[in-house]
Design a protein around this ligand. Sequence first.
Ligand SMILES: *Cc1c(COP(=O)(O)O)cnc(C)c1O
Length: 410
Amino acid sequence: MATLNANFLKLKAGYLFPEIARRVRTYSEAKPELAARIIRCGIGDVTEPLPTAAIRAMHAAVDELACRETFKGYGPEQGYEFLRQAIVDNQFAGLGIAADEVFISDGSKCDTGNILDIFGKGNIIAITDPVYPVYVDTNVMAGNTGDADARGAFGGLLYLPCNAANGFVADVPQAHADIIYLCFPNNPTGAVATRGQLEAWVAYARANDAIILFDAAYEAFIQDPAIPRSIFEIEGARDCAIEFRSFSKNGGFTGVRCAYVVMPKSVTASDGMGGRVPLHQLWSRRHSTKFNGASYPVQMAAAAIFSDDGKAQVAALIDHYMGNAKLLREACASAGLPVYGGVNAPYVWVGCPAGLSSWDMFDKMLSEAQVVITPGSGFGSAGEGYFRISSFNSRANVEEVCRRLPALVG
Ligand SMILES: *Cc1c(COP(=O)(O)O)cnc(C)c1O
């Protein structure tokens, strides 16, 4: 008899985005005359086409594959040297990261989930609340939690509440943790951590012999030069942090798929028998056993992001989305709602009008303005009373959302 991984049965059935899709579908069927007015600001997916530099490079790479002389089969599992080196030169210059500490993959969602393969059982896992649901669910699947309580919080996790009082940047806890997930700029709150806050986290990790899993998927949206873009800008982080980056949000690669893990060789963990082993060794083994490399045209397209044209085109994309974020921030603020994020991040995090829960506000926005937002409570119980508006949209759609907002809230 085959048995299943019973940890999967602990997962909550009503995952956030299917529930949003269900409510939008129900509404569209009930009000077909209004369905065409619906504007989606819910899911965090980019809307604008790929940078021309990436498209050109991808076309050229496909042509290479079409010729016997230039054809390529399997590439290196860890990624082509040209891309790993371009990443180091363009994103980590002066931070002491070597090309063989960069592992190319087909997405940060997979990487942040797969990383648990190389950690043992019994680690105390610290997770911010609200949070990107992948961190929680992959820990549930891996058996690192107990069951969920009535509010959806899983036993065994150390939740770090993020709220208006701490500016949605988790304070370093009194309690001990072994593994800490941090995401800056943050999804869903749009918060960024200052250098001082990141220094406190690195100091905590070193004092607790813990490892920080740092998700920097939105690094390209940072506008303030004083805000660190990488955890490796912090002294000592190379001994205690692993960073996740993706081409999804800067280069618009959500459908193309390319990301990477930066795993310094100096990050070690206990083997449980008094020894220390570099995690690089384990991740390298895992990657080459379970992954056969991102596709060649995709890696060529990713490298083209770092060409002069590519950089200018990415900057224009970021400007577009950040212009949207500014409009959304202003519209929500002038409707009298408390507004966070959207300054160094594509997400605007907004307090619901008094007395409305996150899902109440979702239903109100859908039925009265035909605007789809993401209920904050879907990211964790500390997100209750907030909603997330994404700036990933066309300018015309954002302007229309801004026109509809005042009537709704005022
Ligand atoms: C979008 C996103 C990513 C990127 O995921 P990919 O699988 O690379 O597309 C990673 N982390 C967070 C928090 C995100 O929102």
